[in-house]
Design a protein around this ligand. Structure first.
Ligand SMILES: Nc1ncnc2c1ncn2[C@@H]1O[C@H](COP(=O)(O)OP(=O)(O)OP(=O)(O)O)[C@@H](O)[C@H]1O
Ligand SMILES: [Mg+2]
Length: 282
């Protein structure tokens, strides 16, 4: 359905190498490790693409390149058809607004001394140029949208929240910029199982409500199963398999994918998310 549109964000044969620490000397050039090796992936509006693979397979490095946080050693990242290394001024700012990120531990990136309402207001004031009053109204709307009662939560400091609540704040802050795409790098990996299902449910609802696209990075196939439209499987920096979620989960072609699936206790994909209530008690 979405394939007829042009991609929102695209990795075109991107590679990234890192020097191996301690490998170089006065006489010898350092050895390099290819963290990502000629990976191509296109992300379309409203679509959820999961990137899965074991630890060290290059998922985060790929995500950081798509976010413009790490420069590719080769290949290019295109945002709405333009190489992001050529974006300047308003175009660069539009890209940075349009593509947001949620990390595993969003709590760690919230200012510990600022009430969470202020942290969410920052992108509203500076990216969207809202005045204080409009931003305050929008903060409350965003808190409610992620299942946190505004009156109870807007004045709290990050340490006064549970891990699940902090992750909701991270999502609210990402939503504040009205993105088209959220790169979610292991967004539920630090949470326990029941909280994890609630955050996934929230992400699924938000996607429905506002046509959000996600690049959902996870080493856990069980987590992405209910959400993903397409799955990209990475192994040692390369894409070894990519296809519709149905195809990859039900008929994995590559041996590595089969092993990855066998190692994952996968619940019935249609059940857990629908069954759980969405609220802020996490
Ligand atoms: N800044 C860096 N400097 C040197 N090496 C790096 C750097 N970032 C990543 N690497 C290496 O690149 C490889 C891929 O790392 P990456 O973080 O992308 O993997 P990942 O798939 O996200 O793993 P995980 O599931 O553990 O998060 C790893 O071998 C890692 O050690
Ligand atoms: Mg990672």
């Amino acid at each position: 359905m979405t394939q007829a549109m042009s991609p929102l964000l695209e990795a075109c044969a991107v590679s990234r190498q890192f020097p191996i620490r301690g490998s170089g000397s006065l006489l010898r050039r350092p050895a390099y490790q290819l963290a990502v090796d000629q990976v191509s992936v296109a992300l379309y509006p409203g679509e959820v693409v999961a990137v899965v693979g074991e630890s060290g397979s290059g998922k985060t490095t790929l995500g950081r390149m798509l976010l413009g946080l790490t420069a590719p050693s080769a290949g290019s990242i295109k945002y709405r058809g333009t190489d992001i290394s050529r974006l300047h001024g308003d175009d660069w700012r539009r890209f940075r607004r349009d593509v947001q990120v949620v990390f595993q531990d969003t709590g760690g990136s919230l200012n510990p001394r600022h009430p969470i309402g202020d942290s969410i207001a920052l992108p509203l004031r500076f990216n969207l140029a809202m005045n204080a009053r409009a931003a305050a109204t929008e903060v409350d709307r965003l808190l409610a949208q992620v299942g946190l009662a505004p009156n109870d939560f807007r004045h709290r400091l990050p340490h006064e929240l549970s891990g699940g609540q902090r992750q909701r704040v991270g999502i609210a802050r990402a939503l504040a910029s009205r993105p088209a795409l959220i790169v979610a790098d292991e967004p539920v990996s630090a949470l326990d199982v029941s909280v994890r299902a609630q955050i996934l449910r929230l992400m699924a609802d938000l996607r429905q409500e506002q046509q959000l696209a996600y690049l959902f990075i996870s080493h856990d196939l069980g987590v992405v199963r209910a959400l993903a439209d397409r799955v990209v499987v990475m192994y040692q920096g390369c894409v070894v398999e990519a296809g519709s979620a149905d195809a990859v989960f039900n008929h994995p072609a590559h041996e590595y994918t089969q092993r990855l699936l066998a190692a994952t206790p996968v619940p019935d994909p249609s059940q857990p998310l629908q069954a759980l209530p969405m609220d802020g008690r996490t």
